[in-house]
Design a protein around this ligand. Sequence first.
Ligand SMILES: NC(=O)C1=CN([C@@H]2O[C@H](COP(=O)(O)OP(=O)(O)OC[C@H]3O[C@@H](n4cnc5c(N)ncnc54)[C@H](O)[C@@H]3O)[C@@H](O)[C@H]2O)C=CC1
Ligand SMILES: O=C(O)CCC(=O)N[C@@H](CCC(=O)O)C(=O)O
Length: 486
Amino acid sequence: MEQFINGQWLAGKGHSVQSTNPANKEVIWQGNTATTEQVNQAIEAARNAQFDWFMLGYEGRIAVINAYKAQLEAHKDEIAETIAQETGKPQWETATEAGAMIGKIGLSIQSYDKRTGTSTNEIPAGRAVLRHKPHGVVAVFGPYNFPGHLPNGHIVPALIAGNTVVFKPSELTPKVAELMLKCWEKAGLPAGVINLVQGEVETGKALASHPQIDGLFFTGSSRTGHILHEQFAGHPGKILALEMGGNNPLIVKDVADTKAAVHEILQSAYISAGQRCTCARRLYIEQGAKGDELIAMLTEAVKQIAVAPWNAQPQPFMGSMISEGAAKGMVAAQDNLQSLGGQSLVELKHLEAGTGLVSPGLIDVTAIDALPDEEYFGPLLQVVRYQDFDQAINLANDTRYGLSAGLLADSREDYDYFLARIRAGIVNWNKQITGASGAAPFGGVGASGNHRASAFYAADYCAYPVASVEADAVNLPTSLSPGLKL
Ligand SMILES: NC(=O)C1=CN([C@@H]2O[C@H](COP(=O)(O)OP(=O)(O)OC[C@H]3O[C@@H](n4cnc5c(N)ncnc54)[C@H](O)[C@@H]3O)[C@@H](O)[C@H]2O)C=CC1
Ligand SMILES: O=C(O)CCC(=O)N[C@@H](CCC(=O)O)C(=O)O
């Protein structure tokens, strides 16, 4: 029973699918996909539940959402363990993901109150009231890299605002989604308020193209996001929030503490085996002796990164990538860069056939004239040596994406110069460019998003404003407009 529709667990009527642990090939979940007919049922259930959920009122909805938080707290170890088994990420890291899911509840309530909510201003003989209403039924699409935290970051604000949801998780992480839904069920969420449909691209297409959805909140690849954007063309009444990938630059300039710089680079490029949309993909290092010293230390540090299955003790920094296919994709990306003239400083290697385990790679691509503007979603960092700061900033901006960017430099002036010129939604100084705060907006420009930032600004795309001018009774004004007689 893998679909959750109208408060009931139902067997999928589509084809069979399974999810495996990418570090040891163990099957950890199996089931059948939802058919188009089941997607239709899920949308109908969400539609039927929506008005009552909205009319439960803010306090009523928050009570259920806090009950969900209590369920997350009660099941946080199981959630962390399931994420680790299904994605291959190490347990220390998935414990932080489970923690972020819990933290999302309080942040989303604050965000709703601060960015939407209700306000009243007295005006002559009445008042101006601003309220926010939900869009209705929204579809949520999740990625595999943060299968709990990222869809949760759409679902919780959507429900607080009074929407109902049909959730399609990544086909690579169905078990985490099932566990999340069980937490909602135990929290007493009314039937139909959230529905789960499991499946691959066809299930996604059936959901995204359904005329009865009022919005779609997507976190995933730029390729899929662009397809959805085209599909939504000509539907101005539907809200579409796209959180997509990046080809993120990190520049190093005049830092005294080389070791500290290396640490920020490792945390930026290799955390989650490079499977974060915010990960640094391109590293700009100045020509000369200081740059050479940094590269030597970085090369050594990359070679030392511990890689092992999710549950190895002591814990590794990097676990497995999501699949063997993803691991092979990274080897192919490296082969391509090498064939274009890139020189590997540390070669990325597929460590074990049948698994997603890879060692981290570092490649000097300075010699490549036309560096492919691709997001290689894994632990492969491209190094470019630069002559001067302007050149580095121009190269950093030479991407169709614009998610995250960073500068490691001891001078505040250099940071101000960089900040004014760099084009990205997340711009950090002397801090890793991964690990964004949920208390801030999260989103990018260019091919990284559609200007509907998530995290603290998710409330903005979950509700529309309703502006009212109100008075308790109809009163004749003391003076009438010219030309009127009563
Ligand atoms: N900006 C952000 O907040 C984040 C972006 N990402 C990006 O996500 C990507 C990795 O996640 P993936 O799961 O590989 O993304 P993906 O784009 O392959 O899949 C995302 C979701 O869309 C569905 N889908 C795929 N094709 C579809 C279609 N034609 N119509 C409807 N639905 C479809 C998938 O089944 C899945 O549920 C990376 O590019 C990464 O940068 C990941 C996390 C955060
Ligand atoms: O949504 C939030 O609460 C903040 C955004 C966030 O958690 N970002 C993470 C992961 C996103 C990704 O890279 O896939 C990050 O910045 O590391």
